[in-house]
Design a protein. Structure first.
Length: 83
């Protein structure tokens, strides 16, 4: 009797582990979604380079020399470019 219970328990454990290793049905759809995501990302990152004016570059150099970062830098850059 104990032998039958052990055999049934072992069979049940083996059956569940075999089911756990079968890939889900959605796994086949993921490569297409990944390719779409990659194409979208490539389209977003392939923008034209930002052209900065000489005034903007000069203001940026001034902000660098003053060691400005974050909000103070943004504020300085706005006032510098308006001047």
């Amino acid at each position: 009797m104990l032998y039958k219970i052990t055999a049934i328990a072992a069979a049940a454990l083996m059956a569940t582990s075999a089911m756990a290793q079968t890939p889900p049905a959605q796994a086949a759809a993921k490569p297409a979604a990944a390719a779409t995501h990659a194409a979208t990302h490539a389209a977003r990152t392939s923008r034209a380079p930002v052209v900065r004016t000489a005034k903007s570059l000069d203001c940026s150099k001034q902000a660098d020399s003053k060691n400005l970062h974050g909000a103070p830098r943004r504020s300085f850059m706005e006032s510098c470019k308006k001047a």
